[in-house]
Write a protein that binds this ligand. Structure first.
Ligand code: IFM
Length: 798
C-alpha cells in the first residue's frame, strides 16, 4: 500500500495515510534540545542526554504503541465533540490527516468537523524548547467556540530510573502553574546521574525546570496524569476533556503531566494562531530566565525561528548537490541521506523508536564513523567530536567501547574500536587541510598529556600489540560485527576482517605521514606489510576470504563451514584495504554477487546460522535472516558499493545502491520509514523477507552519503585537491555535482557519451585542461569543471 510520497522538491516526505505499519518519525532539535515526533505525534523530548535529561515519557514497547507524545486536543464547546490534531490518540477518521516530515520540522494537517488545522513542530536554534505552532481555520461555515488543550507526560530527569524506580521516583516530582507567566512548571528535586540503574541516592536535584506554555491565556490546567486521563483511561478519552474536569491544582507527587487549556472563538473562515511551547530552563538561571517565557510564544519570534531552522538545514545540505538522471537518487542524496547522517551524528545514535537512549552511551566505533557525515559541512563539529573521542582513549591505545556524557565508559575487548579513530582524523584533515589538529593537546583517560598525533600513534601501538597466532588481530569481544563475540571462546580468535581493517587504517595513516614527509615510517610500514602478507597467505579460501580463525584451527566463513560460509565484509574490505592481489578481490566480489546478493540486497553472511555455536557467539543465537545473522545489513552494503567502485564496476555498485533505497519496497512489506535507511532488512532466510527495522540511527547514512559522493559520482577529498573519479552505471550520460571544498564551490559537469562505467578522457578547470584527475586547490570562490568520461586518463585508484 502507498502511505506517502516525496514533495516535488524532495525536501518533504508527505504521509497521506497515517496508519503506517510502524511509527514513521522525524527529529527536531538544536543540538541541545532534542525531540522525536512521529506521524501520530508520538515521541520523546530530552535535554542534552536521553538518559540524564529526559523531559517527557515514552512508553517503551507498550500497547497501543507510539505513546505518549505531543498531543493537542480540540473540543467544540457547543457539541462536546473532541479530537486530537494528530490521528492518535483521539483522532477522527485517519483520512482526515496528512503528515509532512521536513528537514528540521514536522507538520500535521487535519480537517475534522469543519476545523482545518496545521500544527508545525520544530525546535528553535538558540532556545531550548519545542514549538507546536498551530494554525486553525474555521471552514465549517458557522461560528465556533473551541477549547484547546496541549498535553505532555513528564519524565523529569533520569530516563532509566523513571522506568525502573517510578514507585519511589515519583515522590520527588513537583508541578505548579504560574499565572503571571502563563506557564506550567515541573521538576524533580532528586536526580540520579549514574549511567546505570543504581541504589545510590545522590544528594542533588534535577538541574532543569520544564515548562509548558501558550501564546493564549491559559484558563485551566492539570498536573497529574490520573486526574487528566482518569484512572482506567488512556489518552484516547481523557476525563479532563470528556467531562471538562481540570483540577487547576499543583502536584507534589505522582505521574506529573502538563495539560494546559486555552479557548478560542472562530468566525466562519477565520484563521488563528495557537502556539504551545514545551521546554526547559536550567535551575541555575531559572529566576532570571523565566520572565522571558512569554516572549518565546510570540508569532514574530516563531516565524523568525522557523526560518532560522530551515536555513540551517539548507546551509548544511548546500555543501553537496547532485543531479543524476535518476530523480529518486537526487532526492535522497541532496536531502534525506545527508540529513539522516547528520541526525545520527547529533543524536549520537542513542535515541530512536528502536533505541531508547537509556542503555548504552555513545559507541566509540559508531561515533568515529559518524564524523565523516559532517567533515564537509561542519568541520568544527567533526573536530569537537574527534577531541571527545580522544578523551576516551588510554595511552596504550585501548578505548572505551561506549561512553556517556558524564565521562564514564566501559572498556571491552573489541579489536576494531581504536582503529576508527584514524578514519575520523584523516578524513577531517583531508577535508579541511587543518594539520594543526595533530598538535592539539588532549588528555588520555590515564594520562594528562598527549596530542592527537600521540593518540594516532597509540592506536598503531594497540594494533601492534593485538596480534594473535597468525599475526592477525585478536578478536576479543568482537570486531565491527558485535555478534561475533565468542570467536575462539574467551581468549579470542583472530579477525580476518579486523586484519583488513588494520591494513586500511594503516594505509590512511601512512598516506598522511608520507604527505607530511614524516621520516622513519619503517615500523608502521612493517606492521602493515606483515598483516597484509598474512591475509594473502592464510585467509584465502579458494573463492573468497574467510572471516575468522577460532580456537584449535577452527575457520569461520569458509566454503567448508556448514553455516556462515561467506561474509561480505572480508570481501569488500579486501578491496578497501587495497590488497595487492586484484584477481582475488575480483573473485571475492563475484562470490558476494553469487552467494549473498538477493532481491532485497546483499546479505551480511550466508547461509544464516541455524544452530547455536557458543564458539562463535550471539550471531548464531539470533533468528536466521535478521540482524547480523544473514540479514541485508545495510551498513556493510555501503562498503561493498565502495569496493565495487574501487574495482571499476559501476553497474554492480549502482545495482546494490539502488536495492537499498528505502522507498524501493512496498511499505506493507518494508514497514519502516521510506525516507531514511534502516539498520537491516530481513532477508530471504526468514519468513518475512523485506521487512526493515532499526531506522534512522545507523551508520548506513553517513557511509552511503560519502560512498555515493566519493566513489559513485566520485568526487573525493585528498590532502592536496579534489579527486575526480566517477564510477557509474552506463545508463547515466550526465551528472552535475556541486561540492564545497576548502572554501571554494566546485561546479562539476560530467558527460558520459560513450556510456562507460569509469575512466576520464579529459578534465577542464575553468576552461583549461588539467593533467591527471585531481582538481587543484584554488583561491577562487567558484570553480567550473567539465569532465568527459572515456578511456584516456588512468584515474587514481585511491
Ligand atoms: O558495528 C555494530 C555497531 O557498532 C552497532 N550496531 C551493530 C553493528 C554490527 O554489529
Amino acid at each position: 500500500m502507498n502511505y506517502g510520497h516525496f514533495s516535488e522538491d524532495g525536501k518533504e516526505y508527505i504521509i497521506t495515510n497515517v496508519k503506517t505499519p510502524t511509527p514513521w518519525i522525524n527529529y527536531i532539535y538544536n543540538g541541545e534540545y532534542f525531540s522525536t515526533v512521529s506521524n501520530n505525534a508520538g515521541g520523546i523530548s530530552y535535554i542534552k542526554s536521553p538518559l540524564h535529561g529526559r523531559i517527557t515519557r515514552y512508553r517503551i514497547n507498550d500497547v497501543p504503541s507510539d505513546r505518549p507524545g505531543k498531543y493537542i486536543y480540540v473540543k467544540d464547546e457547543e457539541t462536546g465533540k473532541f479530537w486530537t490534531l494528530s490521528w492518535q490518540p483521539a483522532g477522527a477518521d485517519p483520512g482526515a490527516y496528512k503528515v509532512i516530515h521536513g528537514l528540521g520540522y514536522t507538520a500535521i494537517e487535519s480537517l475534522v468537523d469543519g476545523i482545518h488545522a496545521r500544527v508545525t513542530y520544530f525546535v528553535p536554534m538558540n532556545n531550548n524548547h519545542e514549538v507546536w505552532n498551530v494554525v486553525l481555520t474555521n471552514k465549517s461555515g458557522r461560528k465556533r467556540r473551541l477549547s484547546i488543550t496541549g498535553y505532555v507526560e513528564f519524565a523529569l530527569g533520569h530516563g532509566l530510573i523513571d522506568l525502573i524506580n517510578q514507585c519511589d521516583d515519583q515522590h520527588f516530582n513537583r508541578a505548579y502553574f504560574d499565572k503571571n507567566l502563563n506557564a506550567l512548571f515541573a521538576t524533580k528535586t532528586y536526580w540520579v546521574t549514574e549511567t546505570n540503574g543504581t541504589q545510590h541516592q545522590e544528594n542533588k536535584e534535577w538541574n532543569q525546570w520544564a515548562f509548558f506554555t501558550s501564546n493564549l491565556r491559559i484558563n485551566r490546567y492539570e498536573t497529574l496524569r490520573e486526574r487528566f486521563l482518569g484512572f482506567y483511561n488512556s489518552e484516547e478519552k481523557p476525563v479532563a476533556i470528556t467531562e471538562d474536569k481540570f483540577s487547576n491544582s499543583a502536584a507534589d507527587y505522582g505521574n506529573v503531566v502538563g495539560a494546559i487549556n486555552v479557548n478560542l472563538e472562530l468566525e466562519s473562515d477565520q484563521r488563528e494562531n495557537v502556539i504551545f511551547s514545551l521546554g526547559v530552563l536550567p535551575k541555575e538561571h531559572f529566576d532570571d530566565k523565566k520572565k522571558d517565557i512569554p516572549k518565546i510564544v510570540q508569532p514574530e519570534y516563531i516565524e523568525f525561528s522557523f526560518k532560522e531552522i530551515v536555513n540551517y538545514w539548507s546551509e548544511f545540505l548546500g555543501h553537496t548537490k547532485v543531479e543524476t538522471p535518476d530523480r529518486n537518487v537526487n532526492i535522497f542524496m541532496n536531502n534525506w541521506v545527508p540529513y539522516q547522517a547528520k541526525v545520527a551524528f547529533d543524536v549520537g545514535r542513542v535515541a530512536s523508536y528502536y533505541y531508547w537512549g537509556i542503555s548504552r552511551g555513545y559507541g566509540f566505533r559508531d561515533t568515529s564513523q559518524d564524523v565523516i557525515a559532517v567533515t564537509i559541512a561542519h568541520p568544527e563539529k567533526a573536530k569537537e567530536r574527534i577531541l571527545l573521542l580522544s578523551r576516551q582513549m588510554f595511552s596504550d591505545g585501548r578505548v572505551y567501547h561506549h561512553f556517556y556524557d558524564d565521562g564514564k565508559g566501559e572498556l571491552t575487548r573489541h579489536c576494531d574500536d581504536p582503529g576508527w579513530y584514524i578514519l575520523a582524523v584523516t578524513e577531517y584533515i583531508k577535508e579541511t587541510g587543518d594539520y594543526s589538529i595533530l598538535k592539539e593537546k588532549v588528555s588520555f583517560v590515564d594520562r594528562q598529556e598527549g596530542t592527537v598525533l600521540d593518540h594516532l600513534l597509540a592506536v598503531v601501538n594497540f594494533m601492534k600489540n593485538n596480534l594473535g597466532r597468525h599475526s592477525l588481530p585478536v578478536f576479543g569481544r568482537g570486531d565491527w560485527n558485535d555478534t561475533l563475540d565468542y570467536i575462539g571462546g574467551d581468549d579470542g580468535g583472530e579477525s580476518v576482517w579486523g586484519a583488513m581493517f588494520y591494513v586500511a587504517m594503516l594505509n590512511k595513516l601512512i598516506e598522511l605521514f608520507q604527505f607530511l614527509k614524516v621520516e622513519n615510517l619503517t615500523e608502521i610500514l612493517k606492521l602493515r606489510d606483515e598483516i597484509r602478507r598474512n591475509i594473502n597467505q592464510l585467509c584465502w579460501d579458494g573463492d573468497w576470504f574467510i572471516r575468522a580463525f577460532g580456537n584449535g584451527g577452527m575457520v569461520i566463513g569458509s566454503n567448508k563451514s556448514k553455516e556462515g560460509k561467506i561474509f561480505v565484509n572480508t570481501q569488500s574490505w579486501a578491496a578497501i584495504s587495497n590488497l595487492p592481489d586484484k584477481s582475488k578481490i575480483r573473485r571475492a566480489l563475484d562470490s558476494v554477487k553469487k552467494h549473498l546478493d538477493s532481491e532485497y540486497g546483499p546479505k551480511i553472511c550466508a547461509p544464516a546460522f541455524k544452530e547455536i555455536d557458543p564458539n562463535i557467539g550471539l550471531v548464531t543465537r539470533c533468528v536466521p535472516g535478521k540482524k547480523e545473522n544473514g540479514a541485508v545489513f545495510c551498513h556493510p552494503v555501503t562498503w561493498l558499493i565502495q569496493a565495487e567502485c574501487i574495482m571499476r564496476n559501476g553497474e554492480r555498485a549502482y545495482d546494490y545502491f539502488s536495492k537499498l533505497l528505502p522507498n524501493r519496497v512496498d511499505s506493507d512489506i518494508y514497514q519502516a520509514e521510506p525516507y531514511v535507511y534502516s539498520q537491516y532488512i530481513t532477508s530471504d532466510e526468514h519468513a518475512s523477507p523485506g521487512k526493515a527495522s532499526h531506522s534512522w540511527q545507523t551508520g548506513t547514512a553517513a557511509w552511503m552519503y560519502r560512498v555515493f559522493y566519493d566513489y559513485i559520482v566520485g568526487i573525493r577529498p585528498d590532502y592536496d585537491g579534489l579527486i575526480v573519479d566517477p564510477v557509474i552505471p552506463t545508463s547515466w550520460n550526465y551528472i552535475r555535482i556541486e561540492r564545497i571544498f576548502r572554501g571554494a564551490k566546485y561546479i562539476i559537469e560530467v558527460e558520459n557519451p560513450d556510456k562507460v562505467q569509469s575512466g576520464i578522457s579529459y578534465i577542464l578547470v575553468d576552461g583549461k585542461e588539467i593533467e591527471g584527475n585531481k582538481l587543484p586547490l584554488t583561491d577562487k570562490k567558484i570553480c567550473h569543471v567539465k569532465v568527459l568520461m572515456g578511456k584516456t586518463i588512468e584515474t587514481a585508484n585511491k
